[in-house]
Design a protein. Structure first.
Length: 245
């Protein structure tokens, strides 16, 4: 049932629907004039961290989005539950996520260094999921940990962003997500030099200090990026899966 406060949005959408079904595609300009500026700013903000050309990428996403809406199917399904703007924003968010996936694939080599082990026979998606979900202290399933594909994407992007800024910290976070202890991290770093126990102990302490440092530790740096990215998407940071840190 249409919400009373959204009756004008519903009536407007119905007029657009009729026009679009009659192949009057120029009416999509009415929507564009109303929402284009806000939607473009939103797309730019979401793509900013992944591309130096985010403004062009955002415009490309939005242009394709208007073309998609001109077909009429999505507009015609609007029933007045919630505002027309929020209804349209849901589809735009989905298209932005699609664009981000494509952009991340262009960074496949660097991205794989963060989450994927070439010596692992599992598919890359399985390795990524394992890195995110492994050894959850509350025994939650992946579906319980991450309420949506959007949040999962934010986790990927945050770790990749950490890798571009602080490669060593990203390596420690990745090893932590793989379930490694500080000692195992040290052994992994020193594997090529056949270290004695004292050397391993010193490196273990060094890693622990770097990982847990209050202001600039690996954990804090990753958490700040993750929280910021979640807030940009309007996701409550209390859902942050950091209980194991």
């Amino acid at each position: 049932m249409t919400d009373k406060k959204n009756k004008s949005d519903y009536a407007f959408a119905q007029r657009l629907c009729v026009a679009l079904r009659n192949i009057q595609e120029e009416v999509i300009e009415k929507l564009s004039k109303r929402f284009h500026r806000r939607f473009l700013a939103f797309a730019k903000n979401r793509l900013r961290t992944l591309s130096a050309h985010y403004e062009q990428d955002a415009l490309s996403v939005l242009n394709k989005y208007w073309i998609e809406l001109s077909k009429g199917d999505y507009i015609c399904k609007y029933e007045g539950r919630g505002t027309l703007e929020n209804y349209m924003m849901r589809r735009l968010k989905a298209r932005i996520i699609d664009k981000k996936r494509k952009m991340l694939r262009t960074k496949e080599d660097s991205f794989s260094q963060v989450l994927v082990n070439p010596g692992d026979d599992r598919p890359e998606d399985d390795q990524i999921d394992a890195a995110i979900y492994k050894n959850d202290p509350q025994g939650r399933t992946p579906d319980q940990q991450l309420a949506s594909e959007q949040l999962k994407q934010i986790l990927y992007e945050s770790l990749f962003e950490l890798k571009t800024k602080y490669p060593r910290d990203a390596d420690y976070i990745k090893m932590y997500l793989d379930g490694m202890t500080y000692k195992e991290m040290a052994q992994h770093e020193l594997a090529s030099c056949n270290p004695d126990e004292e050397t391993v102990r010193k490196r273990t302490n060094t890693i622990k200090v770097r990982f847990t440092r209050k202001e600039t530790g690996s954990r804090v740096r990753y958490e700040k990026i993750l929280v910021r990215n979640m807030e940009k998407y309007g996701i409550d940071a209390r859902n942050l899966p950091l209980d194991g840190f």
